[in-house]
Write a protein that binds this ligand. Structure first.
Ligand code: SF4
Length: 422
């Protein structure tokens, strides 16, 4: 157990082989055996005015690499450039508290720079003061200047810190921004793809449509990425939703069916449960096991067993899932209230065009693509709303569902605001 962190070895996974000699240990949350946070000591960081110690995981490291969109030159030895850019940027972004919108800050910088928009919207004096030559020379010292401007709100460029929805509006980013498959904007609400159509097609897509930011939901990707053969994954999914058709082999996707809607609901509900229990949705639920002796089955009731032991009250998987369904329905009701519309289908659950138009030589559901089909995704939304007990036309929670879940006060508030579907 104590060594599983070294097997995870997120330092070299995230940063490449150069990171191994700088890795002090793997860190992580209380009692987690996986330990996904790599902790490094890189003395050279002091040359950039930073502590030699840096710790992070995943996007914390990837995001600065995206800011260095021209690439990152090697610093001490061949192949270490990306690691240095990641470590320098992660340290700066953490210390300054800069939000990166799941890496989109780098995409927005790239678009503004390469399209010439910055030359139009930034005052000349400010534009000339930005060390673009460092970016062009692939020098990570650019990051020291960049993150300071964002954190201290220095000048027009600092609006990058507000996120895609605001800067696209402020600087008039057009369709070439929203519909660029390389940028991966999921929604015009301003967030990127995050385990979306590439994760079981409509299921990952539904999950991405439901959140108000990038969908930080790993329930499904933990299964899809488990390494188990698709035949076993299908057996497991059948045990969860009643049919193996809830999941397809990667890049061999089939049109929508009700079991995919059920699987999307299951994935989101578990995500809400874990957020509430302060369990890590990167680790949980224990859907599968690496042990052949368990027939590769995990234990989806484990959260309720722990909860029962810790509180002395009796919980079951079903009772916790119902509680989490209330959480997600409340989340949806708040979205309806804050957007001041019941029309979630057309105002909220929207996708950018590249998802439907990518791979122009292939049609949706042909082998080799995760391209989606517009009509099929509308059906997916309808089937998902049905699973949630939401209005099938608009996607807003109905009075009946809110009351079934014991949320009479929420139903009354939405009625007062004329935000219950008719
Ligand atoms: S609980 Fe999750 S975030 Fe924390 S160390 Fe473990 S895998 Fe990483």
């Amino acid at each position: 157990m104590n060594r599983v962190g070294y097997r995870t070895m997120k330092a070299t996974f995230d940063l490449g082989p150069s990171a191994e000699k700088y890795t002090v240990r793997m860190g992580g949350c209380q009692s987690c055996p996986i330990r996904c946070m790599s902790q490094l000591k890189i003395p050279k960081l002091q040359d950039y005015g930073l502590s030699p110690y840096v710790a992070n995981s995943c996007m914390g490291y990837f995001s600065p690499q995206r800011v260095m969109f021209k690439g990152a030159k090697d610093i001490e030895e061949p192949g270490d450039g990306k690691m240095f850019a990641a470590a320098i940027g992660a340290s700066l972004a953490d210390d300054y508290g800069v939000w990166c919108n799941y890496g989109l800050i780098g995409t927005d910088l790239k678009h503004g720079y390469e399209s010439g928009i910055f030359k139009r919207v930034l005052p000349k004096e400010e534009y000339d003061s930005i060390p673009w030559h460092l970016l062009e020379e692939q020098d990570p010292a650019f990051l020291v200047d960049f993150y300071r401007r964002i954190a201290y709100k220095e000048g027009e460029l600092s609006h990058l810190g507000e996120g895609a929805a605001w800067v696209a509006k402020r600087w008039d980013f057009g369709d070439d921004y929203w519909n660029n498959p390389k940028y991966g904007l999921w929604s015009r609400l301003g967030f990127p793809k995050h385990h979306s159509n590439e994760t079981n097609a409509q299921v990952g897509s539904l999950i991405s449509c439901m959140f108000n930011r990038d969908a930080q939901s790993h329930t499904l990707v933990n299964l899809v990425g488990s390494g188990l053969p698709i035949e076993i994954q299908k057996e497991v999914v059948a045990e969860i939703v009643g049919s193996p058709d809830g999941i397809d082999a990667p890049l061999n996707y089939k049109p929508m069916n009700q079991y995919k809607a059920k699987l999307a609901k299951w994935a989101i509900i578990k995500n809400c449960l874990h957020d509430s229990l302060t369990l890590c949705n990167w680790m949980w639920p224990m859907t599968v096991s690496p042990h052949k002796s368990r027939n590769y089955r995990g234990d989806l009731a484990l959260e309720s067993k722990f909860m029962t032991v810790v509180t002395g009250e009796t919980y079951t998987e079903e009772s916790l899932d119902l509680a989490a369904e209330r959480v997600f329905t409340l989340h949806r009701a708040l979205t309806v209230k804050n957007m001041n519309t019941v029309d979630m289908r057309n105002q909220h659950d929207i996708m950018t065009d590249w998802i439907f138009d990518k791979d122009s030589d292939l049609k949706a559901f042909e082998p080799g693509t995760d391209k989606m089909d517009r009509e099929d995704m509308q059906l997916a939304l309808t089937l998902f709303y049905k699973e949630m007990g939401w209005d099938e036309k608009t996607g807003a929670p109905t009075k009946e569902t809110l009351e079934r879940l014991g949320m009479h006060d929420v139903a009354a508030e939405l009625k007062r605001l004329n935000l219950l579907p008719v």
